[in-house]
Design a binder for this molecule. Sequence first.
Ligand code: SF4
Ligand code: SF4
Length: 351
Amino acid sequence: MRFDERDIMFARINYEPGTKIYEEYYKKNPEKKEMDDFLRSLPGFMVEEAFSFDPLNSGLVNGTYRFLGDLKKNAEGKTSDEKHEVDKDTISSKLKHIAKYYGADLVGITEMKDVFYYTHRGREKEHHGQKVENTHKYGIVFAVELEKNMVNRAPRLGQSLETTRGYVKAGMIGMILSYYLRELGYDARNHMDGNYLLTAPFTAEAAGLGQLGRMGILITKEYGPRVRLGVVTTDLELNTDQRENFGMKEFCKICNKCAENCPSGAIDEEAPGQLNGEERWKTEVEKCFKVWQMSGTDCGICISSCPFAQNLDLEKINKMKDNPEVMRDILREYNKENKERPYNESEHEWL
Ligand code: SF4
Ligand code: SF4
């Protein structure tokens, strides 16, 4: 099953009553109307009425999103008429090095499946309802680490600022890679904040960057969910990486910390269901978004609650697959050091 971007919360929250998009969407999806109208009536992200509002710092987050909005207009571009012949091994390795050189912490390459792409675009008015087609065959996926001390300020503004920093970094890396590929004569597109044609966590999982966990986002071995993702898709033939099962789903079954700490009860506490032949937990995004709309930040409590976000011992993680004793040991150690969710109460020194 492919997702339709018109159904995701980030798209729905922007449907304005009285517009054609609004009327058409809720005619087709009447069961979502009441909840979405309610969510739109709440204060909103970084606005004065939200309880986290701070004129100086909220302005920094908003300004950064505005910059991202300008940056994403360059996600696609003209490909050079002259095509350079490139050796597959050399260019695959070079692209990964370039991503790291510009600040990526993890990089992988995957062959794209249809199921990774949205069926239709939904977030921007000018592209709303466009079919996603003529998709590229390869995806270069990269993750940038978010600073632990900022993420541990969740749900306060410091966490949101760190999120925007991650999006900027990922957006810029994607720009460099996509401009470079087009310069070499190969079509390429940067999928960045607010302008993805695909679901980045599924693509990142296929590229071997991590596994989806209970909270529904990518958990990396190195930084847990404390990352932001970028993807560049291209027609250039590349070497691909293997997807890795390091036992994340089994670990989530004995952990549950994200669900226990979530203030809205959005995260599934039960056993996972099935999606596209895989075990997946389902997050109730409306409940999550209510917290965002009230607090004015992107909350992030689940991310800071995840033991994997707090620098676990990588050697142990590499041994945990099919080994419940190692998993229990990781959790025991973590619980000993963290009686409660890691939370940095102090204000950031310059925020
Ligand atoms: S961001 Fe906050 S409200 Fe949303 S799922 Fe995570 S903890 Fe729950
Ligand atoms: S907090 Fe625990 S259950 Fe939730 S994603 Fe992280 S490891 Fe899985």
